[in-house]
Design a protein. Sequence first.
Length: 126
Amino acid sequence: MRDGPVTMFIAAVGLLIASVPTMAHHGSAAFDAGKEIVLKGTVTEWIWSNPHCLLRLEVKDESGEAVPWVAETQNPRNMTDRGWARTSFRPGDQVTVTVEPVKNGRRLGRILRVVLADGQALGGRS
């Protein structure tokens, strides 16, 4: 059959096109969509790196104990477009962070917005 190689080529291209969506970044199934938690705390570390920037902070719980939280946002390129920078936070900064928490109850969330001590607000999600 003469069209065997052509058919194989078309099939291969079709499979490649169909596989592109499977390479997309992970979804948001781990987050409790629509739920918001407001955290007032002290920055311990600001990690400006791919695939996500991470803001580590300590927040006082009901008993006054400092507990660690991790708040994630998108990659540096996307965050730069929203006015964020490698220098947006320093250890010791006081911040108010609104997160969409994970469903499993761990102290982890996706940043929705951050308000700095001087009142400047930074948005997290588009």
